[in-house]
Design a protein around this ligand. Structure first.
Ligand SMILES: [Zn+2]
Length: 332
C-alpha cells in the first residue's frame, strides 16, 4: 500500500473476492493497481485500486473549469452523443408531456442544455464544484454541486435518470444504480452509456485499449451490466453499440498487434503517467500513425462488427421494474 492511496476491494456486483488476475497498471504514481475478472459474475474491476483519498486528489487536479465551447472537436463529439441520447429517450420513455430528467455526473452540462432546448425539466449532479459553478452561472442550469451519494433529491421524482460515461468511475456502482432506482418513478427510464469491455477494440487491443486504466474502476460488458441492472430492480430493454473514436481505437489495436510481434513502442509503459517527454511523445505518435496505416484496410469489417454489438461505445436503456430497498448508508 502507498500511504492509504490504494485499497483492496471485492467484486462490486456479487461481493466475491475470488478473481483472476489480468494485468497491472500504474495509477498516477500511487503504485500499481491490478485488473481482475470476478470468477462468479465476470465483472472486470481493479483491486488494489485508488482509494477515496487518492481519487479526490487526482480529480481535484483535473477538474478546473474551461470553456469547452471553444473545443470544436470535443463539441462535435459531445453533440453527436447528445443527439443519440435524445433519440433513445424519445423512443423508450412513456412520457408524452414534459420529461423530468436527472443527469448524474453532468460535467459541463452540454446534455442539460440540449434537454432544456427540448422543453424538458433537467437537473444535473456534478461533484467538481468549479465545473458545476461554471455551468450554472454560464447557462442558468439547475445543477447540484455534490457527489451523487450526498445529493438530496426527492424519491420517485424523475422520469429519466442517465449516467453518461460515469458508472465506470464510481466506487460503488451497485449502490448508485439502487439510488437511481429510488429516484425514478415506477416505469421510469434509466439510460447508461459507457465503454464496452467486450468490444472488438477491447478484445484486440488488450491493455493498450484506451479505456483500460485511467480513472475507470470497473469495466462492464453488456452481460455483466445487464446482470447488475436486474439486481438493482431494472429490466434492460435496449442495447446498442457504436464506434467511439474509430481511428484512435484502430491505432490502439494495431499498436497491440505490433507489440506482440516484438515491435514495442513503450506506450504501455508510459500509460498512467501524467507527463511524457517530448521525445517519448514523438515516438508514440509516430508509432500510432504507422499502426493506423496497417489497420486502415480492415475498417469496413470493423464498422460491421460495431453494428453487430461489438462497438466500444455501449448504450443501455432499462426500465424500473421493481423498487429495491438497498439504498441505505453509502458503503465507504
Ligand atoms: Zn462478481
Amino acid at each position: 500500500m502507498t500511504g492509504g492511496m490504494l485499497e483492496e476491494v471485492p467484486c462490486a456486483v456479487c461481493g466475491n473476492d475470488d478473481a483472476d488476475r489480468l494485468w497491472e497498471m500504474d495509477t498516477f504514481g500511487y503504485g500499481a493497481s491490478v485488473l481482475r475478472r470476478c470468477r462468479r459474475c465476470g465483472l472486470l474491476y481493479y483491486s488494489p485500486r485508488l482509494s477515496e483519498l487518492a481519487l479526490e486528489r487526482v480529480y481535484s487536479g483535473t477538474s478546473e473549469a474551461y470553456d469547452y465551447t471553444q473545443d470544436l472537436c470535443e463539441l462535435n463529439y459531445t453533440a453527436r452523443r447528445a443527439r443519440r441520447c435524445i433519440k433513445l429517450i424519445r423512443k423508450f420513455s412513456d412520457v408524452s408531456t414534459t420529461i423530468r430528467l436527472l443527469d448524474v455526473g453532468c460535467g459541463f452540462s452540454f446534455f442539460l442544455l440540449v434537454a432544456k432546448q427540448h422543453g424538458w425539466e433537467a437537473v444535473g449532479v456534478e461533484p467538481a464544484k468549479p465545473v458545476a459553478n461554471f455551468a450554472r452561472e454560464q447557462f442558468g442550469l439547475q445543477i447540484i454541486a455534490s457527489d451523487f451519494e450526498n445529493a438530496e433529491l426527492e424519491e420517485a421524482s424523475f422520469d429519466v435518470v442517465m449516467f453518461h460515461h460515469v458508472l465506470e468511475h464510481l466506487r460503488h456502482p451497485k449502490w448508485a444504480l439502487c439510488k437511481a432506482n429510488h429516484l425514478l418513478r415506477s416505469g421510469g427510464l434509466l439510460v447508461l452509456s459507457l465503454p464496452n469491455a467486450a468490444s472488438l477494440p477491447a478484445r484486440l487491443a488488450g491493455r493498450e485499449w484506451i479505456c483500460f486504466g485511467e480513472l475507470h474502476l470497473h469495466h462492464f460488458t453488456p452481460m455483466t451490466l445487464s446482470h447488475l441492472l436486474k439486481l438493482c430492480g431494472f429490466k434492460p430493454i435496449h442495447i446498442e453499440t457504436h464506434h467511439g473514436r474509430i481511428l484512435w481505437d484502430s491505432a490502439r489495436v494495431a499498436a497491440n498487434a505490433l507489440s506482440k510481434l516484438g515491435l514495442k513502442s513503450g506506450a504501455s509503459k508510459m500509460r498512467g503517467r501524467r507527463e511524457l517527454s517530448r521525445r517519448a511523445m514523438a515516438i508514440k505518435c509516430a508509432f500510432r500513425f504507422a499502426s493506423l496505416m496497417v489497420w486502415m484496410p480492415l475498417l469496413p469489417f470493423v464498422w460491421l462488427c460495431y453494428r453487430l454489438g461489438f462497438g466500444p461505445d455501449l448504450w443501455i436503456c432499462a426500465r424500473k421494474e421493481s423498487s429495491v430497498d438497498c439504498v441505505g448508508r453509502y458503503p465507504h
